[in-house]
Design a protein around this ligand. Structure first.
Ligand SMILES: Nc1ncnc2c1ncn2[C@@H]1O[C@H](COP(=O)(O)OP(=O)(O)OP(=O)(O)O)[C@@H](O)[C@H]1O
Ligand SMILES: Nc1ccn([C@@H]2O[C@H](COP(=O)(O)O)[C@@H](O)[C@H]2O)c(=O)n1
Length: 275
């Protein structure tokens, strides 16, 4: 990835700027909005006819799903929410009354899972054994149970296999987000990015997303405690070698999309289709 090319780069047409700082901990990207807050990147297809995998990892509530969807729309790429796959396995196990501590049983459930998942950023749809579970898998009870499933290495093996098959089926033109995409699922992605935000910002955003229905303790459980459990099997708090970091704590939604698009452009050359 062309990380160094990004250093103190000013977008000539629009004015937003990205600068990068490389330390022994990786490359962090700092984004400064253009005059009047105008976005630097409206987004257009890139590398048409060639692979373009944008791999995005990050902790809970950092904005992976919402930002990835918007980036996929702008670049006209497919979109894969790998967390939805782990949530679907958790839903299936709970629905069937399986003991989540029974590793062999949970792995078998994942391998046999009849799962239909939309790969369009505009159509969220998750169907398990014919049941539409799109909304059900987002419920706090699933957020609380999902780490027990995701820390099962047999489950991970099966879901990683399915994720790679989906990438191949889309000609490797996809934004893929989760916890182990930059480090395991798509280590060879054209663009690899860690999206972070402070714990405070992430809990605040998740609280607002759930309509203020959760107590501070519940939010802590669903965001911070879940990250701690998930960290035992995936590395998403520090960027791996060659992975850019975007910290969205002080950026609003549009600025974060713009910053991520800036990283994509810098990494793959930035020539839009037909340019
Ligand atoms: N930069 C931002 N500024 C303000 N709100 C944001 C920003 N990025 C995301 N959000 C909002 O924060 C909430 C959480 O984002 P999102 O669900 O995308 O996080 P996530 O990383 O996918 O979380 P999880 O891994 O727990 O599913 C959403 O309501 C989203 O719209
Ligand atoms: N690549 C991934 C993605 C997700 N997980 C696990 O799924 C849970 C739900 O993910 P969300 O992004 O929808 O919050 C998450 O807490 C992890 O347990 C994973 O392990 N690897």
């Amino acid at each position: 990835m062309a990380g160094t090319a990004m250093s103190a780069r000013q977008d000539a047409q629009h004015g937003g700027s990205l600068s990068s700082a490389s330390t022994s901990e990786g490359t962090s990207v700092r984004y400064t909005p253009g005059p009047g807050g105008r976005p630097a990147h409206s987004g257009q297809p890139l590398r048409v006819g060639r692979p373009l995998v944008v791999a995005i990892d990050g902790p809970s509530g950092s904005g992976k799903s919402s930002i990835s969807k918007e980036v996929a729309r702008r670049l006209r790429l497919a979109y894969l929410d790998t967390g939805a796959m782990y949530r679907a396995v958790a839903w299936d196990c709970l629905e069937r009354g399986l003991d989540l501590a029974d590793g062999a049983l949970v792995e078998a459930a994942a391998r046999a899972l009849d799962l239909e998942l939309s790969t369009s950023a505009d159509a969220e749809r998750v169907v398990v054994r014919g049941h539409d579970v799109t909304a059900a898998i987002r419920e706090p009870r699933i957020s609380s149970a999902v780490s027990a499933v995701a820390t099962n290495l047999g489950v991970r093996d099966e879901l990683i296999r399915r994720q790679r098959a989906l990438l191949a089926a889309h000609g490797r033109r996809m934004v893929v987000e989760g916890r182990d995409i930059t480090t395991v699922v798509a280590r060879d992605a054209e663009v690899r990015l860690l999206l972070t935000a402070s714990e405070e910002a992430r809990m605040r955003r998740r609280g607002a997303q759930l309509g203020g229905t959760q107590t501070a303790e519940q939010l802590h459980e669903q965001v911070v405690a879940r990250d701690a459990k998930d960290s035992t099997v995936a590395s998403f708090t520090q960027a791996a070698d060659g992975v850019f970091t975007v910290d969205s704590s002080d950026l609003d939604f549009d600025q974060t999309v713009d910053a991520v698009l800036g990283v994509v452009h810098a990494a793959v050359g930035g020539r839009p289709a037909g340019a």
